[in-house]
Design a protein around this ligand. Structure first.
Ligand SMILES: Nc1ncnc2c1ncn2[C@@H]1O[C@H](COP(=O)(O)OP(=O)(O)OP(=O)(O)O)[C@@H](O)[C@H]1O
Length: 270
């Protein structure tokens, strides 16, 4: 695997679970070194798609290419050196400190699957803690962290994997507004091929170059953010009455919510 950040291509991916087809012939791309936002309503398949790309689940058919290499052809350790996944509910029952959790991320780069305590606390861990802005949490126990602190710890662990590809499931879920912006700026600055499931459409508009829109396990559309994010799409996929305008300072798309399509229609008749 090359060390630059490769393009990801998902080809005709189908995955079923519990007797349901969760992903239905999904094909999409995530451009190299760019941030791709995965958007769509609750239950549309965002987490399932990230889990399939991240090899947490095995698809029924179809494939994922990391660069030119099928993900399934990569050895487990090589895959872990290439792709880091931060799940929405990343949790550990273990009584580990923040520092030990971040050290876990470095395991794929060590000679063996050593215990965290045997890995030492090299510069890499310090760098990752600093980058994620959590050096002061270094010795805190995971169980004692707030939701946002846990999120940043998991991101620091992902950085310690030194991946070329970052898969993030709602990375700003527990973060306040400025922490959300800081985290996304941090991710953007890494220049990694990133795929992030996102609920906040304005954060997606601000930080994603490319959007993939899912509904009912299928891709509705994909493309550059400014082409994909339209009033029509938001009405169709989310049932939203919204304006999509050009941000007066950045020129990027900006979503101004007016309500749901149903509520607006009702109001106009009353
Ligand atoms: N292991 C499973 N067994 C059965 N159904 C599943 C399984 N995993 C996911 N699903 C179903 O697949 C659909 C897609 O779920 P997924 O979590 O991928 O959606 P999502 O877009 O990430 O949702 P959200 O925005 O609510 O996080 C949902 O209806 C969910 O209930």
């Amino acid at each position: 695997m090359t060390h630059h950040s490769p393009e990801i291509r998902v080809e005709d991916l189908t995955w079923s679970a519990g007797g349901h087809r969760i992903l239905d012939r999904v094909s999409c791309t995530a451009p190299a070194g760019r941030v791709t936002g995965l958007i769509g309503p609750n239950g549309s398949g965002k987490t399932s798609l990230l889990s399939t790309i991240g090899r947490l689940v095995r698809p029924d058919s179809g494939r994922v290419l990391i660069g030119d290499v099928p993900a399934t052809a990569m050895h487990r350790r090589e895959f872990a050196r290439t792709v880091a996944l931060v799940e929405q509910h990343s949790a550990t029952e273990l009584d580990l400190t923040v520092e030990q959790i971040v050290e876990l991320g470095a395991i794929p780069h060590r000679g063996g699957w050593a215990r965290p305590s045997a890995l030492g606390t090299g510069g890499l861990v310090t760098d990752c803690l600093t980058t994620a802005g959590i050096t002061e949490l270094r010795h805190r126990l995971w169980q004692s962290l707030s939701g946002g602190e846990k999120q940043k710890t998991q991101l620091a662990r992902a950085f310690a994997q030194r991946p070329c590809v970052l898969l993030l499931d709602e990375p700003t879920n527990h973060l306040d507004v400025s922490a959300s912006l800081e985290l996304l700026e941090l991710i953007l600055a890494r220049g990694l091929t990133t795929v992030a499931a996102m609920h906040d459409l304005n954060l997606a508009a601000m930080y994603c170059d490319h959007l993939v829109v899912l509904r009912g396990g299928r891709v509705v559309t994909e493309g550059p953010t400014e082409s994909v994010l339209t009033t029509e799409l938001l009405a169709d996929v989310y049932g939203l009455d919204a304006l999509v305008q050009s941000h007066p300072r950045t020129g990027r798309p900006m979503v101004v919510l007016c309500g749901t399509v149903d509520a607006t229609t009702e109001r106009s008749f009353s």
